[in-house]
Design a protein around this ligand. Structure first.
Ligand SMILES: [Zn+2]
Length: 297
């Protein structure tokens, strides 16, 4: 596999995002409608799931039907928060890695999720290709993306309060390394990366402060739950969930060889207390406090 040039990465190292955005930010509505969408799309069972952009593990406990979950984040401090939140369960494997250079053997996972993460990618298609490589044919991949063609952006554009068009295919970078994408572009990139779309759910129809204040949370969540079901027909919400299935061929790796050295592509390692040592090229990948570190500086 050819190694892409390394695009910039949005790094949450040392960030208090989990606390500020989710716990203090009045985002219970967003959290619950995401949980509902996930419950509709997740596979009923599975052996090994790849969770890209796991952060502090907000969604990880929703993957109970899967035997083991590999949590990937670029930030080791986010993974430490996930460890603290999830406890010392050996169902979870923590990996600090760059999505553009994933350290996994081909075809090792039978499912994957990437929620609120593509949002930070300047090269979304490169990331999708990396994920596809790590999946078995037939694996389920659930992707959430931020939709530039949302109702608020359309209204602002029509009222001339916003210069960029929500209808054109290019991504909009509204602050550094924060991108909204057009649904057509996402579908095109998924297809090009050997994913076939099985279902789309539109999520967060009522993400407006005034509605959140006026309407009780459980009713707002139920209303969103109904509106989500129109997601295959049109997408005008700020967030869209896409369930896909991996198609095409991938070599299947024996299940005990999860990792692949991103320098030499081999999957043969020796474990020491402090490192995972590649038997082929000798590179030592640190293993610190239960977190495998496959980042290249
Ligand atoms: Zn190596």
């Amino acid at each position: 596999m050819t190694k892409p040039e390394k695009p910039p990465v949005c790094d949450y190292e040392g960030s208090d995002y989990q606390t500020v955005f989710w716990e203090m930010g009045d985002r219970e509505y967003e959290d619950q409608v995401e949980a509902l969408a996930l419950s509709r799309l997740l596979p009923k069972s599975g052996n090994l799931m790849l969770e890209i952009g796991a952060g502090a593990g907000r969604n990880t406990t929703r993957y109970q039907a899967i035997e083991k979950v590999v949590l990937v984040d670029y930030s080791a401090t986010q993974l430490q928060q996930a460890q603290a939140n999830l406890g010392g369960d050996d169902r979870y494997i923590y990996v600090a890695a760059d999505v553009y250079r994933l350290p996994f053997s081909p075809g090792i996972f039978d499912s994957a999720t990437m929620i609120r993460t593509l949002h930070h990618m300047a090269e979304p298609q490169l990331a999708l290709q990396q994920i596809r490589f790590a999946l078995q044919p037939g694996a389920t991949f659930i992707l959430e993306y931020a939709n530039k063609q949302n109702l608020k952006a359309i209204l602002r554009y029509l009222l001339r309060r916003q210069s960029w068009s929500p209808f054109t295919p290019e991504a909009i970078e509204f602050t550094e390394l924060n991108f909204d994408f057009h649904p057509k572009s996402i579908r095109h990139w998924l297809k090009q990366s050997d994913f076939t779309i099985t279902r789309q759910l539109t999520v967060s129809h009522f993400r407006l402060g005034i509605l959140k204040r006026l309407i009780p949370l459980d009713i707002l969540v139920k209303m969103d739950g109904l509106a989500q079901l129109t997601g295959n027909w049109w997408q005008f919400t700020p967030s869209v969930f896409v369930a896909t299935s991996a198609i095409g061929k991938t070599p299947i790796t024996p299940p005990d060889k999860i990792f692949r050295c991103i320098i030499c592509d081999q999957s043969d390692f020796e474990t020491t207390p402090a490192a995972f040592v590649c038997r082929a090229c000798g590179h030592e990948w640190p293993l610190k406090n239960g977190i495998y570190d496959f980042r290249l500086n």
